[in-house]
Design a protein around this ligand. Structure first.
Ligand SMILES: O=C(O)CCC(=O)C(=O)O
Length: 272
């Protein structure tokens, strides 16, 4: 592996961009990754996803969640090259600055591949799934190709991290329906845009987002890294998903304590 795939260096964020994120709960940033980096990670992540995907069912036999994407998690523990992307100081620094915190830790990573003909991703907020005691959490959604609307580019509801309605819903047809109505009646702006090559979005744990079906013949390949504040504490799980997340993503962490396990290293720490 060559030096250029360490995904180091810094990405200069303006104060306007940080304020945009704080107000809207998401931001799309261009030129975060180079073409060479994207091509390299597309190759290595695709190999792992193909190796590890166990779902060979035809689309019509799957539920809404399984139609939406193939989901393969914590790839950093299996592949040193992917670890360079997940542990990237360039990306972790962006996460830290957008959240306005002093350090960021890894929660987990996941590849989300929306197959050709794959279904829509219903409106939802991720933090419903997470046993985290503050809202200092953020996902970097990293497309591994230029991503058009027809492929299912991620859509956001601007400012919806403030909305409480719908937070109690898991991803499914119900969340699509209920959240869509709540967002419409709240007057939230819906952002539906393609992603250029190298563009990466960041969204907060409580920001509502969705994606359209993949109407192309190509797989929409995306890698995600989920970060949390370095001082994030484990909360008492409030649903079965949160219990499972505790077991899988932060095993051994104690309720009320900082989530400091070997799966949750600090990825960036520096005074602003
Ligand atoms: O990639 C998708 O379709 C959904 C992504 C998502 O929900 C997330 O990254 O939190």
């Amino acid at each position: 592996m060559t030096e250029s795939f360490l995904v180091g260096g810094t990405y200069e964020l303006t104060s306007d961009q940080v304020e945009f994120y704080q107000q809207n709960g998401f931001i799309k940033l261009k030129n975060v990754l180079s073409r060479q980096e994207i091509d390299h990670f597309n190759d290595v992540i695709s190999v792992e996803v193909t190796k590890l995907n166990r779902d060979a069912r035809p689309m019509e036999e799957r539920d809404t969640y399984a139609k939406a994407f193939v989901q393969i998690t914590n790839l950093w523990t299996r592949n040193e090259s992917i670890k360079n992307l997940v542990f990237s100081p360039r990306l972790a620094q962006i996460a830290k600055e957008l959240m306005k915190v002093t350090s960021v830790r890894l929660y987990h990573d996941q590849a989300l591949f929306k197959e050709a003909g794959g279904g829509y991703t219903p409106w939802h907020a991720d933090q419903y799934y997470w046993p985290l005691d503050s809202d200092h959490s953020i996902t970097a959604w990293i497309p591994l190709q230029e991503t058009t609307l027809e492929m299912g580019a991620l859509e956001f509801s601007a400012g919806s991290h403030q909305l409480l309605n719908g937070r109690e819903l898991a991803i499914g047809d119900d969340s699509e329906h209920v959240v869509s109505e709540a967002l419409k009646s709240g007057g939230y702006e819906r952002i539906v845009e393609s992603f250029d090559l190298g563009e990466v979005s960041f969204h907060a744990g409580w920001t509502f987002h969705r994606a359209a079906p993949n109407r192309t013949e190509k797989i929409r390949k995306v890698m995600c890294t989920i970060y949390m504040h370095g001082n994030m504490r484990l909360k008492n799980p409030s649903n079965e998903h949160q219990k499972l997340d505790w077991e899988v993503w932060c095993p051994g962490a104690q309720v009320g304590e900082i989530i400091d396990t070997s799966l949750n290293p600090i990825l960036f720490e520096r005074a602003s």
